[in-house]
Ligand binder design. Structure first.
Ligand SMILES: C[S@@+](CC[C@H](N)C(=O)[O-])C[C@H]1O[C@@H](n2cnc3c(N)ncnc32)[C@H](O)[C@@H]1O
Length: 238
């Protein structure tokens, strides 16, 4: 009988913020899979979860390159799916670990989609994790939304138009992936007159964590593990 495939959110990078359920599944999984973006690189999800994975459990790193070429990407994703499928077909319960929550900009959505399309008989279960921005807000001592306020979550790589519209609508806008287009995002926020409402956070819950409230003076070295929260003051919310 085929094993089950779990998509496990390991939270924002602090092992203490993993859920009991995530730990339980990792302790009894037959094979663990962890995403990496470059050959030979470390997996932050794996570093976070490592202490909960019993030593004999096989761990395989799967490459998810940050490329634009859809054909190359799809071929690589298929290889990753096949590696997990083969382990599941050998009867192993497979744990695919991912940073934060598996439902938020996660490589697990790619894997889950391929299983649904090609191996619908293999059971998939998602174990949620604490999203990076919830932890970031907590570290900054900030409430994300209250009452009837609107929270938006977006990628900083989205278009200027969509980002501008979202900032105008939402009471609080969270931008993930603020490494490549961070300065363009800050320009848009500035155009909306909200630069003073920005908080930049990087490596939340990890070594090198920083919370910076003056976003006109950000360090020059954009970090993959960084995000920006734009929270309008209450009087602007109407
Ligand atoms: C591919 S997305 C994954 C999001 C993740 N699934 C979640 O629920 O937070 C990667 C982005 O998440 C954000 N991120 C994840 N962990 C973070 C951390 N510890 N500190 C700051 N940002 C983080 C960054 O914006 C990063 O570019």
């Amino acid at each position: 009988m085929a094993g089950k495939v779990y998509g496990i959110g390991v939270g924002p990078g602090d092992p203490g913020l993993m859920t009991v359920k995530a730990v339980e599944v990792l302790q009894r999984a037959g094979h663990v899979f962890a995403p990496i973006s470059k050959d030979g690189s470390t997996s932050i999800a794996l570093e976070t979860a490592q202490r909960f994975i019993p030593a004999p459990t096989p761990v395989t790193k799967l490459l998810f390159p940050m490329l634009k070429d859809k054909r190359v990407l799809h071929d690589q994703w298929m290889k990753n799916y096949e590696a997990i499928r083969d382990a599941a077909c050998r009867g192993a319960d497979c744990a695919f670990i991912t940073l934060g929550d598996p439902g938020i900009y996660s490589t697990f959505s790619v894997i889950a989609g391929l299983f649904k399309a090609h191996s619908p008989d293999i059971e998939i279960e998602t174990i949620p994790g604490i999203p990076s921005f919830c932890h970031a807000a907590a570290r900054a001592g900030m409430t994300l939304v209250e009452g009837d306020e609107i929270l938006a979550v977006a990628s900083a790589n989205d278009t200027r138009e969509r980002i501008g519209a979202l900032i105008k609508t939402a009471d609080t806008a969270v931008f993930l992936k603020t490494y490549r287009d961070r300065n363009r995002l800050l320009d848009i926020v500035k155009d909306c007159g909200l630069l003073s409402c920005c908080t930049y956070m990087r490596r939340c819950g990890m070594q090198g964590e920083e919370v910076i409230r003056e976003c006109d003076k950000l360090p020059d070295d954009p970090d993959y593990l960084s995000l920006i929260i734009v929270k309008k003051p209450h009087e602007e919310n109407g």
